[in-house]
Design a protein around this ligand. Sequence first.
Ligand code: NAP
Length: 280
Amino acid sequence: MDRRRFGSAAPDVAVIGQGTWNIEKDRRPSAVAALRRGLDLGLTHIDTAEMYGAGAAEKLVGEAIAGRRDQVFLVSKVLPENASRQGTVAACERSLTRLKTDRLDCYLLHWPGEHPLEDTVEAFEQLRRDGKIRSWGVSNFDVNDLEAVWTLAGARLACNQVLYHLQERAIEHAVIPWCEQHGVAVVAYSPFGSGAFPGPRTKGGRVLQAIAEAHGATPRQVALAFIVQSRPLLAIPKAGRQEHVEDNAAAAGVRLSGTDIARIERAFPRGRRPRELPTL
Ligand code: NAP
């Protein structure tokens, strides 16, 4: 599994990881087994959040990583409404309890909110000094928000987790270039479009199928390979089933040619830069 730089404070991280939004709705033994299988296959970046299932996803992740904590790059997120100076620290401690661990590898502000960014950053820095988080980042931040964090904290900002998949390429306009220039990792969430993956009968789906066949791969592997082929991208597909996890892990071995990439870009055009950063 290829690894990629994750800001300046964190170690390099596997380019394909595992999301956990709605995982608490899956059959629990199957979801726990899927996450563990993912770890076996090198999908060591596990993304969760206090919001997911109101803490239930974190509890499930805690069960899956029990006894294997050191293999995991564990990420969780504070809700903007909790992201005050004291609230961020308290939210992190609740997450650590649910995850049954003493530290997060990265802690994110889930999206920009009402509390002053200075307060959230101060809380992140306190958590880092206290050893409760190793690094911190943001999610759903457009360039103007990123500039504001950079002014406050510079290279302590490790990553920006944003919506990115074949049918939603808006971050290519400004967010990816900004992050690359500043050494900030970009984590693509919903890399399969969160349930809207292009079907085999659509024009784009047929292009993916043809490229997949040429590589002995699946269309989803081609989609993941497209996302992580360029710096500074990592992806966190969610899969509650082992066979899906295995399929996703194998995407790391798919190397797309320049011609493949050009075909994908034509089939899924980037479009114009929208006024607001698309989110889910
Ligand atoms: P996604 O990863 O785009 O798609 C997940 C869906 O794809 C699930 O239905 C899953 O099925 C299916 N799937 C996964 N691998 C598959 C495969 N190889 N073959 C066929 N189907 C497959 O959706 P997402 O959950 O929205 O996004 C991923 C993660 O990003 C989330 O879980 C979360 O951690 C994060 N996220 C962050 C934000 C944010 O605001 N920061 C927002 C949304 C998501 P099964 O589960 O049945 O395997």
